[in-house]
Write a protein that binds this ligand. Structure first.
Ligand code: HEM
Length: 521
């Protein structure tokens, strides 16, 4: 027995020694890998975690401060053991999103994206198979033709939202926008509406379904926005340290079960229509993806059910939270600036009048309103660091050596507040985009690299035109139809996380400003 214990102790001692030796080699490797290369300036960071502890609750703010501290428009730091560079000026953004766009057009492999969106568009590299999906996504959802054809859906849903707003009571504007945007996107993508065509009250099961839908899109944003240790520290690959992996899998299974009934019904309808003489109904994104699933692969990757779920949910997630948050911020800035509110309403009265609602054809004539939206997007880009990019080859930028597989963040939030570009940058001043203003020609195409709300280059947002239109039309309609007042002081602070949301959802009191018959049609 005693001999056995001695042997045990000996084994324990050897294991301890072995453990210490492995840790020492590991730390040495980490330090060697981090030994000074010709990298852009930035914090040295700690072993294993790098500079993760410096990022705080709002990484875009912390990274903007770091860029100032190191006087580094191109900053480098280790997030865990992953080297990351951050472009924090229009000039450095142009270098990585234009001059070296091809090199930085990959995405890093991130666990959340792998589980929630396997084989999608946003998080996959641009390959021949993903090009085919991008083509379908564009032609069915975001192309100029499709946007024109679907005008009636947006007009209809905006009107339903306007009608649902009670007079002279405190309204949660974000909730109204969520219901409207959810219905627009589900009608566009899967021809489904969460309310009877009559626009009547939702019954209990419809309410639950709508709540589930909004919850899933929110959870996607929250999950993907929560830093995951296993993405940056390989030693954590097999440990679900903060329960995120379980959350990702739950979410994916909710996404699948939400769609499964709809896909089954669609298969059934497609089978029935095969023998029917009726003219085929108009196809939506889901139909086209199912068509592709039935088509022989022709040398390309076959689209599977898993891909269909990813693309459909990606379309919901990409369009939903972004448009809702951007509209909410724009309304908050307007209500916080009474002069802007009255000027925008005066323009609406001049262009639209008071006897009808705003139409999409009015938007190009609402120059002041468009400038207001740009100014809100400048101060509150909802994806402030863009979706992470990654270099697919070693390259040089501004005299620094950037290794292959370096992660890239573009600090759009910092660029929008850069005093070298914008005078009085924290002041909400739409006039800067108008007439003789210094930024009169600036738009969302990303060309100037100082207003990068939608990114730029080959990974730029595929829904720019649709997103811009959704925000402009909703804001124009809300301002045109109602006079607004605030129930108290407006809290403009940002919440925590990787996307920029208001810490406190916007609430306001609406009073109709048009004759009653206008809301009825
Ligand atoms: C105001 C609304 C919106 C904003 C602010 C916005 C912003 C962005 C940003 C910043 C990116 C990442 C760009 C990058 O990584 O370089 C992105 C990507 C993307 N967005 Fe949007 N977006 C909006 C609306 C939409 C809509 C309505 C859709 C379509 C329904 C959409 C579809 C996409 C897709 C598919 C990508 C991935 C592109 C790629 O990786 O190649 N977005 N968006």
């Amino acid at each position: 027995m005693g001999g056995f214990r001695a042997a045990d102790a000996h084994v324990g001692y050897s294991l301890l020694e072995y453990g210490v030796a492995v840790l020492a080699i590991y730390l040495l490797m980490v330090l060697i890998r981090r030994s000074p290369k010709n990298l852009p300036p930035g914090p040295t960071g700690l072993p294993i975690i790098g500079s993760l502890h410096l990022l705080g609750e709002r990484p875009h703010e912390a990274l903007a401060q770091m860029a100032q501290k190191y006087n580094a428009r191109l900053l480098s730091l280790y997030m865990g053991q992953k080297l990351c560079i951050v472009a924090s000026s229009a000039e450095t953004a142009m270098e990585v999103l234009k001059t070296q766009d091809a090199t930085f057009s990959s995405r890093p492999p991130l666990r959340g994206f792998e589980v929630i969106f396997p084989k999608d568009i946003t998080f996959s590299d641009i390959t021949p198979a993903s090009r085919q999906l991008r083509k379908i996504f564009h032609s069915q959802l975001t192309s100029a033709r499709r946007i024109e054809e679907s005008e009636h859906i947006r007009t209809d849903e905006i009107l339903q939202m306007l009608r649902s707003i009670p007079s002279d009571k405190v309204v949660n504007i974000k909730s109204c926008l969520e219901v409207m945007t959810a219905n627009i996107l589900t009608r566009l993508i899967i021809s489904k509406r969460f309310m009877g065509r009559s626009g009547g009250e939702l019954d209990t099961s419809e309410k639950k379904e709508l709540k589930d839908f909004i919850h899933i899109t929110e959870e996607i944003g929250l999950c993907l926005g929560t830093p995951n240790p296993r993405d940056v520290i390989p030693a954590f690959k097999y440990i679900d340290l903060n329960g995120l992996d379980r959350r990702f899998k739950n979410l994916r299974s909710h996404m699948e079960s939400f769609l499964s009934k709809i896909v089954a019904e669609r298969h059934h309808r497609r089978r029935e229509s095969l023998g029917s003489m009726d003219p085929p109904s108009e196809k939506d994104l889901l139909d086209i993806l199912l068509d592709q699933m039935d088509t022989k692969a022709n040398g390309q990757d076959q689209i599977t059910g898993e891909v269909v779920t990813s693309i459909v949910w990606e379309a919901f997630a990409a369009g939903m939270e972004t448009s809702v948050l951007a509209t909410e911020w724009t309304m908050a800035e307007i209500l916080n600036n009474p002069k802007v509110l009255s000027k925008a309403q005066a323009e609406l009265d001049a262009v639209v009048g008071r006897t009808r609602t705003v139409q999409e054809s009015d938007i190009p004539n609402l120059k002041y309103l468009k400038a207001v939206v740009k100014e809100a997007f400048r101060l509150h880009p909802v994806i402030p660091l863009l979706v992470p990019h990654q270099s697919n080859a070693a390259c040089q930028a501004f005299g620094y050596d950037i290794p292959a597989e370096t992660r890239l963040l573009v600090n759009v939030w910092a660029i929008g507040r850069d005093p070298a570009v914008w005078s009085n940058p924290l002041h909400f001043d739409p006039e800067r985009f108008l007439g003789d203003g210094p930024h009169a020609g600036t738009d969302f195409s990303g060309k100037g690299f100082n207003l990068l709300t939608f990114g730029a280059g080959r990974r730029m947002c595929m829904g720019v035109s649709l997103g811009e239109l959704l925000v402009e039309s909703s804001v124009a309609s809300l301002l045109h139809c109602f006079s607004w007042s605030l129930p108290g002081e407006l809290d403009m602070s940002e919440g925590v996380g990787l996307s920029v949301r208001k810490a406190v959802p916007l609430s306001a009191i609406a009073s109709p400003r048009l004759p009653p018959h206008v809301y009825a049609h």
